[in-house]
Design a protein around this ligand. Structure first.
Ligand code: MG
Length: 332
């Protein structure tokens, strides 16, 4: 199978700000394995750059001839760029489906009519600006990015203009003490869940937080995102969290994302399927797993101006998977 690639620069519709920083462009890479396609998204806080991804791709040896022996092909990927490893996995899944003439969700035995609604994400800004975006968005599920001094004012302002289900994502922006102080105040605004309250490496902190919140009778599902990259991380967090955010760029592809989902279910966790700033290639690849998930946060293509592919369809928050073979994505 022949590996080749193409840089993909995505222009964002508006500057996107989270606790880690702000961005206006993303320098991703499309990766092809024969006629299969995948996308490597640069995630700045994981230290990925396009240059690093391109260097990694130069180092990939022959991946073999048999696209049906998924694990053997994937095991030939050298260690290195998480995003590039993910994109190779996506391209392999696309190729697999194309060879068999079937959409990926069918090969995985999943029902495409069982997709959760997607949430719409509002980046960090002044409380009144975020509230205005929440009001204008008209989505039934809104994800609010937090991690500034104005967290409570932001949630209060948004709650005052919408009855939508609210998810909050601190993106590792709080200390343990700050999390313990702010979470009981935020739950007054009827939130569905709180995502990644603590620092990325603070696994112990999740056990600490769970116990402290329980002592105060504060009952709110806590999800891990940045701290939970693979099924191994799910095991480490078992008992401390209520849910996990699965993203193919973290798990290095669909194969491990699937393992992560099953591992999380075995620990009675809920699943949110997420994405980074990715085009329809990367987001549609992930979306084939959406029938297994409770929440979908797949608004990547809605945030960019120049998506080169068509794939997952959006009708407001309603998602429809394409039914073409493999990922089902088509170049515009
Ligand atoms: Mg998150």
């Amino acid at each position: 199978m022949k590996l080749h690639w193409e840089p993909l620069t995505l222009d964002l519709k508006t500057t996107f700000r989270v606790a880690h920083g702000a961005s206006e462009q993303r320098h991703n890479v499309l990766i092809y394995l024969d006629e299969g396609v995948g996308e490597a998204a640069t995630v700045p806080y994981y230290g990925e750059t396009r240059e690093g991804i391109l260097r990694y791709l130069q180092s990939v040896p022959d991946l073999g001839k048999d696209p049906f022996d998924l694990d053997a092909v994937l095991a030939r990927r050298p260690a290195g760029s998480r995003a590039a490893r993910a994109a190779i996995d996506e391209a392999l899944h696309d190729l697999w489906g194309k060879k068999l003439g079937q959409p990926l969700y069918k090969l995985l035995g999943l029902n495409p009519n069982k997709l959760p609604l997607t949430s719409f994400t509002i980046g960090i800004d002044e409380p009144e600006v975020m509230a205005e975006q929440a009001r204008a968005a008209k989505y039934p599920i809104i994800k609010i990015k937090l991690g500034s001094e104005k967290d409570e004012a932001i949630v209060a302002a948004i709650r005052s203009v919408t009855d939508a289900k609210l998810l909050v994502d601190a993106n590792a922006g709080w200390t343990r003490e700050r999390a313990l102080k702010i979470i009981p105040r935020l739950v007054e605004y009827e939130l569905e869940l709180i995502e990644q309250p603590l620092a990325v490496e603070d696994v112990e902190g999740y056990f600490w937080l769970k116990q402290k919140l329980r002592q105060q009778n504060v009952d709110i599902p806590i999800f891990a995102d940045e701290t939970a990259k693979t099924s191994h991380d799910v095991v480490k967090l078992a008992g401390a969290i209520d849910g996990v955010v699965v993203k193919t760029m973290k798990s290095e592809g669909i194969r491990e994302a699937l393992r992560m989902i099953h591992t999380a279910r075995a620990h009675d966790m809920q699943i949110m399927l997420g994405c980074f700033i990715e085009s329809s290639v990367g987001v549609t690849a992930a979306a084939h797993l959406a029938p297994l998930c409770d929440y979908a946060d797949l608004d990547g293509p809605l945030l960019i101006k120049n998506d080169p592919y068509r794939g997952l369809k959006y009708d407001g928050a309603q998602l429809t998977l394409p039914d073409g073979p493999g990922l089902g994505v088509i170049r515009k």
